[in-house]
Design a protein around this ligand. Structure first.
Ligand code: HXC
Length: 257
């Protein structure tokens, strides 16, 4: 499939998707979002891929939803339209996704990064929810995922008063996994994705599902969900192989089933 607003490539077992609207600071219009969802779904269905990296360019991961596209819309246009659905579609991707963030991650761009499973940030990364400047609030999880990640005090300041977080602050507040020099952030994200992609594929996907459940349920229900998923993995060939490999002191040969 050919795309207009994103670039897609594979590196070993990693699918790399690059948002490619540099003149608009990678603003997320409908086309970017639908192409991104299509590319992620294609990688999710491809056994040769174990994890994905989502990135932008050095100046901007993404400066938010496309304000020019949104500006003329009414409430019923927003309600009837499918724009926000794309974020839900990304949430349904089973394989791990790592955001490689440099420069601006604002509004929907910050929300997109938070939808990913991990964030590798360049030291130039800046995170913010500036929607208040437009007379709106975050609409793709920003008030929810941000609050769970950084806590109420900082989230309130970001959502109500456009406080931006530097990469180092984002690391200190637990929003990102690591901060690396600008020239290395993408390589670092790809090598982290490759390391995960070389692990037992079903267990990695189930692990993602289980961790995400921690944000959806009570502790008791979450622990039950974890137990069911844990038990299920004993039906996979990779569980037999992984334990045999340990006992035989050799490297496991994962089959992804
Ligand atoms: C449309 C955008 C854009 C955006 C930047 N551009 N952000 N276009 N939507 N979100 C465009 C500018 O209009 C400009 O186009 C070009 O990109 C370069 O931007 P500049 O502003 O000239 O660059 P700079 O001065 O370096 O400032 C960069 C910036 C600023 C700090 C990122 O552009 C900015 O504040 N952007 C808006 C950020 C924002 O409010 N995001 C939240 C959007 S609402 P021209 O044609 O003039 O050269 C949102 C809701 C999500 O995301 C809801 C999810 C469902």
């Amino acid at each position: 499939m050919s795309y207009k607003s994103i670039l897609v490539e594979t590196k070993n077992r990693v699918g790399v998707i690059t948002i490619n609207r540099p003149k608009a600071m990678n603003a997320l219009n409908g086309q970017v979002m639908s192409e991104m969802v299509a590319a992620l779904q294609a990688f999710d269905a491809d056994d040769a891929i174990g994890a994905m990296v989502l990135t932008g360019n050095e100046r901007a991961f993404a400066a938010g939803a496309d304000i020019k596209e949104m500006s003329g819309k009414s409430a019923s246009d927003m309600f009837k339209g499918s724009f926000v659905d794309a974020w839900d579609d990304i949430r349904k991707i089973k394989k791990p996704i790592i955001a490689a963030v440099s420069g601006w991650a604002l509004g929907g761009g910050s929300e997109l990064a938070m939808l990913c499973d991990m964030i590798v940030a360049s030291e130039t990364a800046k995170f913010g929810q500036p929607e208040i400047n437009l007379g709106i609030i975050p609409g793709a999880g920003g008030t929810q995922r941000l609050t769970r990640a950084v806590g109420k005090a900082i989230a309130m300041e970001m959502v109500l008063n456009d406080r931006k977080l530097s990469a180092e602050e984002a690391l200190a507040y637990g929003l990102v996994n690591r901060v690396v020099p600008a020239e290395r952030y993408l390589d670092e994200a790809i090598s982290l994705a490759q390391a995960i992609a070389e692990r037992a594929p079903v267990a990695a996907q189930i692990g993602k599902e289980a961790v995400n459940q921690a944000f959806e349920t009570s502790l008791t229900e979450g622990v039950y969900v974890e137990r069911r998923l844990f038990n299920f993995l004993f039906a996979t060939e990779d569980q037999s192989e992984g334990m045999a490999a340990f006992i035989e002191k050799r490297k496991a040969n994962w089959q992804g089933r």
